[in-house]
Design a protein around this ligand. Structure first.
Ligand SMILES: N[C@@H](CCC(=O)N[C@@H](CS)C(=O)NCC(=O)O)C(=O)O
Length: 116
């Protein structure tokens, strides 16, 4: 997994987010880090991604307040975590879990993230 650490002086946060989503086919916006999630919803989502076992990018929105404020508007999704795959918002923790349990999520992640 690779942490996306933007230049906080970037004045176009929206463009920054769009670049992150374009450049990282599997990316999760979360509270904390995969090693130390700081919210139960983020922790549950990371458990799922860890089970799938493919590399993914993440952004710790607690360290990126501009992204925390801007992404919900772009995504039309008010909360975190947010999992984006191939430029599309999958959803938050509930949906991630549902998609995993239905067998939908694993092949989608695998198709978008080669084994490390
Ligand atoms: N049902 C949501 C729950 C997520 C949620 O409620 N997240 C809250 C608490 S971590 C949140 O992001 N609030 C907005 C914020 O803290 O900026 C999901 O499935 O992801």
């Amino acid at each position: 997994m690779s942490e996306q650490t933007p230049n906080t002086s970037a004045n176009d946060v929206e463009q920054l987010i769009r670049d992150q989503i374009r450049d990282n086919k599997v990316i999760i916006y979360m509270k904390g880090t995969p090693q130390f999630p700081q919210c139960g919803f983020s922790a549950r989502s990371i458990e799922v991604l860890t089970q799938i076992g493919r590399p993914f990018a993440f952004v710790n929105i607690l360290e990126n307040p501009e992204i925390r404020a801007t992404l919900p508007k772009i995504a039309n999704w008010p909360t975190f975590p947010q999992l984006w795959i191939d430029g599309e918002l999958m959803g938050g923790s509930d949906i991630i879990l549902q998609m995993y349990q239905s067998g939908e999520l694993k092949p989608l992640v695998e198709a978008n993230s080669p084994a490390a």
